[in-house]
Write a protein that binds this ligand. Structure first.
Ligand code: ATP
Ligand code: MG
Length: 141
């Protein structure tokens, strides 16, 4: 399986605060190429499917409500070792625990409104890109 793709979401709170440009600048400055990108307003069904692995967790309903509370930017990103390098760039789930210089440390409000999503495996990156993009919407180097 290829290891040069990951998937990100600029989450509703970050989009609402007009942090999209600053976050994308950080991402591209760190060597990620944008392979696909668009703005979407997720339905509860889509958000529930996206976070299916968390459906038994106590925070699941709040998570779906948050992710559907406004538009988001979804993007596929290309770089060698994309999943791991992007997880390092975004930092820990809770911005309070995230390292200085990471996207969540710089731009996130809280553990739930944590600015960005990043895929946690190559398999999930492929699944998540497929949930939002068709083949003709993806440009790979
Ligand atoms: P993401 O999948 O969004 O990149 P992550 O992989 O760092 O985040 P996950 O464990 O996959 O973290 O959780 C998915 C999302 O659910 C988190 O980004 C966060 O917004 C929310 N979340 C996770 N744990 C909690 C919690 N204990 N309380 C509230 N929200 C949580
Ligand atoms: Mg996750």
């Amino acid at each position: 399986m290829r290891n040069d793709l990951t998937f990100t979401i600029i989450k509703p709170s970050a989009f609402e605060k007009n942090l999209t440009g600053a976050i994308l600048e950080t991402i591209t400055r760190n060597g990620f190429k944008i392979a696909a990108m668009k703005m979407v307003r997720m339905t509860p069904e889509k958000a529930g499917l996206f976070y299916e692995v968390h459906k038994e967790r106590p925070f699941f309903n709040d998570l779906v409500e948050y992710m559907t509370s406004g538009p988001v930017i979804v993007a596929a990103l290309q770089k060698e070792n994309a999943v791991n390098d992007f997880r390092s760039l975004i930092g820990s789930t809770d911005p309070a625990d995230a390292a200085y210089g990471t996207i969540r440390k710089m731009f996130a409000e809280s553990k739930s409104a944590n600015a960005v999503h990043g895929s946690d495996s190559d398999e999930n990156a492929e699944r998540e890109i497929g949930l939002f993009f068709s083949e003709e919407e993806i440009y790979l180097k």
